[in-house]
Design a protein around this ligand. Structure first.
Ligand SMILES: NC(=O)C1=CN([C@@H]2O[C@H](COP(=O)(O)OP(=O)(O)OC[C@H]3O[C@@H](n4cnc5c(N)ncnc54)[C@H](OP(=O)(O)O)[C@@H]3O)[C@@H](O)[C@H]2O)C=CC1
Ligand SMILES: CC(=O)N[C@@H](CCC(=O)OP(=O)(O)O)C(=O)O
Length: 342
């Protein structure tokens, strides 16, 4: 029997990506789609690339009847998400793509997001959605919090190295380039083609990016002591994709071995042969992640690079993978699309 799915925020980038993926899922049926400014419109009019699909029209969230819905994907802006989710039926399974339920500690949430959480009890109940590291808890969760897309890329590079004890925990530098769709579909001056194309720039430097809250929470729990990463993201002139590059102090071969061993049985995580490095081009439009390691002319230093698609494995693909687990389906269902190349 198929599961009935609602997508809240279907008129945004991650919502549309969920529709694209679910269209190939044999056991998921979309029964409701929400938009806010776009409520009342047909999905194919908002997103012509989805015109061929037979989909419900966009409605406001308050007009959705959740009684027949098995699982809701919530692809709404930060803060809006918690206000909406706390009013949804308690037996509804939810995969939230926003940042609202990623941080377990309410004080940490307030520190990084500048306001108190409006649903603290649910914040504590939520399971962190980095599938390969929380699989068992996700299977039985009611509410799963999708990770930040930068946070996913950085964790795929670094977590196994902390687990295996092969790097100096006080010398981790993470540099990251991410494409413009990471900022969502709303109009912003710095995202205008004239100001973005042909250039790139860092932002939230100096330890200010909110995904540091996720790195702090996850890396420190793994290490059993505080681990602080130096992290700067850059906005780059491509549509989709994240390229995260970690500079670590540790033997390069041991770093490669730790990643290869940890991800050997993971369907979506591909560790390249030693010395080969990944490209966003090779994973675009897919749920696959490519990970590469090289040594350095400075002995005992390694570079780890991770490429993934922010709209797929960085958000909607990860959300689908988690929904598959929550609904008892094969984890890869609807997600085996090959990357689009070039
Ligand atoms: N883009 C990415 O790569 C990633 C995004 N995320 C997170 O996922 C969530 C969705 O992101 P994204 O799809 O990029 O965002 P978009 O800005 O593209 O879409 C936002 C969606 O939310 C709806 N919406 C906006 N305000 C309200 C409101 N007050 N009430 C109800 N609905 C509202 C919009 O409807 P309408 O347009 O009709 O007004 C739209 O459907 C965000 O929390 C984001 O941080 C997480 C990881 C990666
Ligand atoms: C290009 C761009 O602005 N990218 C976003 C990341 C998007 C993401 O992961 O989203 P959350 O907002 O859900 O944390 C950023 O770095 O802030």
């Amino acid at each position: 029997m198929s599961s009935k799915i609602a997508i809240l925020g279907a008129s945004g980038y991650t919502g549309a990506e969920l529709v694209r993926l679910i269209a190939t899922h044999p056991q998921m049926e979309i029964v409701a789609l929400s938009g806010e400014r776009k409520a009342g419109m047909a999905m194919g009019d908002v997103f012509p690339h989805l015109r061929h699909l037979d989909l419900p029209g966009l409605v406001k969230i308050e007009d959705i009847d959740f009684s027949g819905v098995d699982l809701a994907f919530c692809a709404l802006p930060h803060a809006t998400s918690q206000a909406v989710i706390k009013e949804l039926p308690r037996d509804l399974k939810i995969v939230d793509l926003s940042a609202d339920f990623r941080l377990r500690d309410p004080a940490e949430y307030e520190k990084w997001y500048g306001q108190p959480h409006a649903a603290v009890e649910m914040q504590k109940e939520a399971v962190y959605g980095l599938t390969e590291f929380y699989r068992d808890a996700i299977r039985s969760a009611r509410l799963v919090a999708g990770t930040g897309c930068n946070a996913a890329a950085g964790q795929y590079a670094i977590r196994p190295l902390i687990e295996a004890g092969v790097i100096d925990l006080d010398e981790i530098i993470l540099d990251l380039k991410n494409g413009v769709s990471g900022a969502g579909r709303s109009l912003k001056e710095n995202l205008l083609h004239a100001e973005l194309s042909g250039g790139a720039y860092p932002y939230s430097a100096g330890g200010k990016h909110r995904h540091l809250g996720e790195f702090d929470q996850e890396f420190s729990a793994l290490a059993g002591r505080p681990v602080l990463v130096q992290f700067t993201p850059h906005l780059a002139p491509f549509n989709r994709g994240i390229l995260a590059t970690a500079y670590v102090k540790g033997a390069p071969e041991a770093v490669h071995e730790a990643l290869a061993a940890r991800y050997a049985s993971e369907r979506f995580l591909e560790v390249l042969p030693f010395g080969a490095l990944p490209s966003t081009r090779s994973v675009g439009g897919s749920n696959f992640v490519h990970i590469g390691v090289s040594g350095d002319r400075i002995p005992g230093r390694a570079t780890v690079a991770v490429a993934l698609d922010n709209l797929c494995k960085g958000s909607s693909g990860q959300a689908m993978q988690n929904a598959n687990l929550m609904l008892g389906y094969d984890e890869t269902e609807g997600l085996m699309l090959a990357p689009v190349f070039p």
